[in-house]
Write a new protein. Sequence first.
Length: 259
Amino acid sequence: MIFIKKIFRKIRNLGGRHGSPEGLVILMYHRINDNLPAHNLVTRTKAFAEQMRFLCWHANVCRVISLKEFETGHPAIFGQEPKTKIIITFDDGYRDNYLNAFPVLKKFGFPATVFLTTGLIGTDQKFNRYADLPGRDMLDWTEVAKMYAHKIAFGAHTASHPHLPRFSYQTQREEIAESRACVNKNLPPGERLDTFCYPYGEYNADTLKIVQELGFRYALSVIPGVNKPETPLFELRRIEVSGFDTIKNFEYKLLEKYR
Ligand SMILES: [Zn+2]
């Protein structure tokens, strides 16, 4: 009973202190992993679970929505209560998203979206910085299907994760179109990919043109911030959750830092 009272006091305090400021917070994760050294891109499973528990307890202040809910509800979704909406995203398509993040997301019933570097999915190839890790490091399509069956959506993040602005219009187009086609081919028919995610958050005028030509309606950058109705649709802001964030930091980033 005391425990429950404590939780309610915590929720009330949080609501009172911050209210629910208007805005869409798109959280950016990469890896949920307990074997790699601490890093911006690597969050421990325990810390991730604590962050998800925070979102669950404070659902009256910040509500987790799916990317699809945003895509189909934009821009009216901004006016709905609570004012702060949260979308959970993972970049690249690491296998630890399935092994470590997925059980936690399932437990809390939270939707999330994973942006796949499609050329690496189902292969033994690794990102250079993780070349020494033993075994397969990226998701395969069986794992993707299992996650897809439980509220996890998938998006395109190019075929080979290039620094897009360094390449010609044609090469950029091939990279983006190929990853879009690959995700579409591997997901149930009818799945629409409306949102693209730029590798390294990098894009130029060609990239912006291509994503629109290919039919995307939104794209995610790594510009830190909270999205408002007027935020450019192909430069949506994200907030990176670092492996060094304490739960206090997490709360601060979510509700105060970028307001
Ligand atoms: Zn990436």
